[in-house]
Structure formats: C-alpha cells, structure tokens
Design a binder for this molecule. Structure first.
Ligand SMILES: [Zn+2]
Length: 161
C-alpha cells in the first residue's frame, strides 16, 4: 500500500529536517519520534512513531517533492514490511564493501559523503528499498572505527559515483 499524504516538516522540508505530523483520512497524526531513517537514490524514508504509539513508514520523493505513506507498521509487521526488504549481509560481502572505501566520517570527515549502505547496495547489487543487516561489525579500513549502514564514508576512486 502506498498512499499520498500531506506532511508537515519543520520549516519546509530540507535534507536534515524531519516530519512532525501527517494528515490522512481527515486526521492528523502527530509524530513523536523518528525511529529510523534511510534513503535510496530517489527517496528518503522515515520510520516514525506517532503519539499513539504506532509505527508508520513515510517516503519522501526528493524529485517529485511529495510524501507517501508506505505502510502502517506494528511490532509484528516490522520484519515483514511490504515495501522494505531486509537483506542479511554476510562477512564476505562486508569485507568486500570495506575494501571499496577509503575512509569514514571519523577519519575523513571532509570526504565522507555517502552512507555505507550505498556501498553495500553496490556490492550486493541491491538498489532500492532494502535495509541491510550486518552479520559482523564492519570497520573502516583507515581508522578501524565501526561502521553502521548509515555511517558516511568515502568511496575508493574506482567506486566513486
Ligand atoms: Zn575511518
């Protein structure tokens, strides 16, 4: 299911701001917190918790400048989300992804411009609404800091987009 919705974000929507409420079926849903956020090349996703304790997945299309409600989530539905596929990332793929980065936001703050999950998407050839679950800790080859899927990294030259 994917429904167009009206979303209020702080002072219009900008890259690092967050939705504060959305409007659906003549009701306002106040967003208490953003539980998680991630993006693919076309859109940004926000997993949000409303003040009544329910989870929803909102998608913001940066090109169209519109928001859709991807699905309503409850705890049981979380691992079976219709629009997001969870991908388990095995050690070999983690090592492969590590070899494709030159540094991370900790050691190369100026150059780290893409999230680590973009590299994982390349390695696994999975682009789209995927969420990656790392089976082992990924580490920056330069400073050995632990990397999450959302850590900003600098790709090596041959992988640069
Ligand atoms: Zn680093």
């Amino acid at each position: 299911m994917s429904l167009p919705i009206y979303v209020d974000a702080y002072s219009g929507y900008k890259a690092n701001e967050r939705p504060v409420r959305f409007h659906l079926d003549e009701e306002f849903y106040e967003i208490e917190s953003v539980v998680d956020r991630w993006h693919d090349p076309n859109a940004e996703y926000f997993k949000v918790r409303t003040t009544d304790g329910k989870l929803y997945l909102l998608r913001y299309d940066q090109h169209e400048d519109d928001w859709t409600l991807q699905s309503s989530l409850d705890r049981d539905a979380l691992l079976a989300r219709p629009s997001i596929t969870l991908i388990t990332v095995e050690l070999a793929a983690i090592r492969d992804a590590e070899s494709k980065i030159a540094g991370c936001e900790r050691c190369r703050p100026e150059q780290a411009e893409i999230p680590f999950d973009w590299i994982l998407a390349d390695v696994l050839d999975k682009r789209g609404p995927f969420e990656f679950i790392l089976t082992e800790t990924a580490r920056c080859p330069s400073c050995r800091a632990a990397l999450s899927e959302k850590t900003m990294v600098e790709p090596t030259g041959r992988n640069r987009r």
